[in-house]
Design a protein around this ligand. Structure first.
Ligand code: A3P
Length: 300
């Protein structure tokens, strides 16, 4: 392994996290922070914003299907994670998210997991549109745990009981779930934010997809909307090599440990949380979420 890439690795070969403004982020992202912060957004950028594992890939496929007006072939042009530059992603020698975005013609659709306080200022200044998807904390935790087991470019999660504590303490990549969702929820009062919930998308995908169509300013006929609903369902996306990360090398993701398209359900936390963990989580959650009007329709 080249020295440059190897220097931030722990003995077991997993990279460590660094920190920006108290938020844990991949070290390679921290190293590029000055360039990420000075990223120049444009007024017609659409930014897809999520906490990790909240359904980013799902909303990316939905947005692309809408923008391509249901043309499946166009949506097969590249793996979904390459269609929308991930602005804070930096893993040399590959081009960084900033470099990919800079090279992209407008109108651009970009992706971020950043909490509001770390978002490059130009996005606010340019009054961009933000599409935020929130997923309940317990399912996010479970999904993130399995993702960290199989993704080789982020830290090993340890055991489930260990991870449970790490997640509640916000010591995971992109920081505390609680502040992330609260920050974006508040941002919608003064910026152009469409705030969606994973649980609503599961319950009534067509309804939520129609909100996205309206938000991005498209007009699509009923048959196209139905096609998008079908194509972006979990079962179809799981078998779509342009969505399921099939082309990602084993050294980056080992899907034999846990598939990227894992379960795609609401409430899988019930298969992971012990009764004691659930009580502890709920008590801590009430305290951390006491200062917001944001509520989730499941799990609490
Ligand atoms: P699970 O691990 O609970 O299955 P992200 O794209 O933000 O990394 O989120 C990944 C999570 O979204 C995974 O959750 C994945 O299965 C789920 N997901 C991806 N596509 C989906 C879809 N079409 N419908 C429902 N869930 C989906």
């Amino acid at each position: 392994m080249p020295r440059e890439q190897g220097k931030d690795l722990k003995p077991e070969g997993r990279p460590e996290l660094g920190e920006v403004g108290g938020i844990p982020l991949p070290k390679t992202t921290c190293n590029e922070w000055a360039r990420i912060q000075s990223f120049q957004a444009k007024p017609d950028d659409l930014l897809i914003c999520t906490y990790p594992k909240a359904g980013t890939t799902w909303i990316q496929e939905i947005v692309d299907m809408i923008q391509q007006e249901g043309d499946l072939e166009k949506c097969q042009r590249a793996p979904v994670h390459h269609r929308h530059p991930f602005i804070e992603w930096a893993r040399p020698p590959q081009p960084s998210g900033v470099e990919q975005a800079d090279a992209m013609p407008s109108p651009r659709t970009l992706k971020t997991h950043l909490p509001v306080q770390l978002l490059p200022r130009s996005f606010w200044e340019q009054k961009c549109k933000f599409l935020y998807v929130a997923r309940n904390a317990k399912d996010c935790m479970v999904s993130y745990f399995h993702f960290q087991r199989m993704s080789k470019v982020i830290p090993d999660p340890g055991t489930w009981p260990e991870y449970f504590e790490i997640f509640m303490a916000g010591k995971v990549g992109w920081g505390p779930w609680y502040d992330h969702v609260k920050g974006w929820w508040k941002a919608k009062d003064s910026h152009r934010v469409l705030f969606l919930f994973y649980e609503d998308m599961k319950k009534n995908p067509k309804h939520e997809i129609q909100k996205v169509i309206q938000f991005v300013g498209k007009q699509l006929d009923e048959a196209t909307v139905d096609k998008i609903v079908h194509h972006t369902s979990f079962d179809v996306m799981k078998d779509n090599p342009m969505a399921n990360r099939a082309g990602v090398p084993l050294s980056v993701m080992d899907q034999s440990i846990s598939p990227f398209m894992r379960k795609g359900t609401v409430g899988d936390w019930k298969n992971h949380f012990t009764v004691a963990q659930n009580e502890r989580f709920d008590e801590d959650y009430r305290r951390k979420m006491a200062d917001t009007t944001l509520t989730f329709s499941v799990g609490f």
